[in-house]
Ligand binder design. Structure first.
Ligand code: UDP
Ligand code: GLC
Ligand code: MN
Length: 353
């Protein structure tokens, strides 16, 4: 239907990878709805081209950031201030109804029936079930609602520094008023619940329709072995059940990687690794002899081809390899210094010798 759309958001190339898998999963399960993505100026040109192949509408919006370090510190997720950018989804008034889905979600079956629900329908948050999780919700675009949300954000702020706190304050009767607005948990099954309530997961997990990779570790942060079709083992407790991660990666390799290759987001062995941090897989794949630590190290040295290259940010102070990797994954590579392409090339040459 042309007046209904799934909507997601990506403010950088890392989250674009998630959005591309989400979009592919919706297409694979034959959605009849439109697919829309909100992006911000940091998303690179090659990635925008690839997004246009999967999404019907790629809409550029400005970043809305709470800058609320104190509340975000409680969540231990300082990067989530930008999630207020999600509020722009209420501006999509060309649609009468939408389903917003985080870029770190993936559908396991057709979920078009969600459009039968009303604003604001969402599933409980696994951490505080009287709040809804804002990774999947049904809403009605409206400039009036958008303005009211912005006003609330400016006057009162958000109790978690991100969109979820704000939306729960705004739609505060969600928990008590209308049970039809409680989406079943299978529409937003967070990987955390797999180990926080394993017996329930064993009984009900097979009915899951949407999986949400909630938390700091995202699927694109793991490395994937294409031979065994599985993510490499880590200390992560969710790894007891890596099925969903493996499905995410399988969709990435089957549906997304070929598009990235076609559009020059990755080219071949040496230039390919230059494009994106999540392509650890690509590096591991194209030089199978690289050990995992070497790959990780190489990732932290990679450069990124982004439009921001003409306007580089100031170099960050010295930092550990782990911190550098994190910054890299957030699209903040030090491409004029440590992460310059020359440095990456030198590093790769040492592996290839
Ligand atoms: N997001 C983004 N850029 C960021 C952080 C978040 O585009 O740097 C968007 C993306 O759609 C993401 C959503 O905001 O899925 C919410 O963030 P995240 O999924 O990381 O939060 P979590 O679900 O883990 O609490
Ligand atoms: C949550 C949600 C996410 C939201 C974030 C910040 O845990 O999963 O969608 O953006 O918190 O409020
Ligand atoms: Mn999420």
């Amino acid at each position: 239907m042309a007046d209904q759309s799934f909507v997601t958001l990506a403010t950088n190339d890392s989250y674009v990878k998630g959005a591309l898998v989400l979009g592919s999963s919706l297409r694979n399960h034959r959605t009849s709805k439109r697919l829309t993505i909100l992006i911000t100026p940091h998303v690179s040109d090659p990635m925008r081209k690839v997004l246009e192949k999967i999404f019907d509408e790629v809409k550029l919006v400005n970043v809305l950031d709470s800058g609320d370090a104190a509340h975000l510190a409680l969540l231990k997720r300082p990067e989530l201030g930008v999630t207020l950018t999600k509020l722009h989804c209420w501006e999509l008034t060309q649609y009468s109804k939408c389903v917003f889905m985080d870029a770190d979600t993936m559908v396991l079956s057709n979920v078009d029936e969600l459009f039968e629900r009303e604003e604001l329908s969402a599933a409980p948050d696994p951490g505080w079930p009287d709040c809804f999780n804002s990774g999947v919700f049904v809403y009605r675009p409206s400039i009036e609602t958008f303005n009211q949300l912005l006003q609330l954000a400016t006057e009162k702020g958000s109790f978690d520094g991100g969109d979820q706190g704000l939306l729960n304050t705004f739609f505060s009767n969600w928990a008590t008023t209308d049970i039809s607005k409680h989406l079943p948990f299978i529409y937003n099954l967070s990987s955390i619940s797999i180990y926080s309530y394993l017996p329930a997961f064993k009984v009900f997990g097979t009915d899951a329709k949407v999986v949400h990779f909630l938390g700091r570790m995202k699927p694109w942060n793991y490395s994937y072995d294409s031979k065994t079709k599985s993510v490499k083992d880590t200390q992560d407790p969710t790894m007891a059940h890596p099925e969903f991660l493996n499905m995410w990666w399988n969709t990435f390799v089957t549906n997304v990687l070929p598009l990235l290759q076609q559009h020059g987001a990755i080219k071949d062995t040496a230039t390919g690794v230059k494009a994106l941090s999540g392509l650890v897989y690509s590096l591991a794949f194209s030089c199978g002899f690289c050990r995992e630590e070497e790959v990780t190290e190489a990732v932290s040295h990679m450069s990124i081809s982004s439009p921001a290259q003409s306007n580089p940010p100031p170099s960050p102070p010295p930092m550990s390899s782990e911190e550098r990797k994190e910054r890299w994954e957030q699209g903040q590579a030090d491409y004029m210094g440590l992460d310059s392409f020359d440095n990456i090339k030198k590093k790769l040459d040492t592996y290839l010798q």
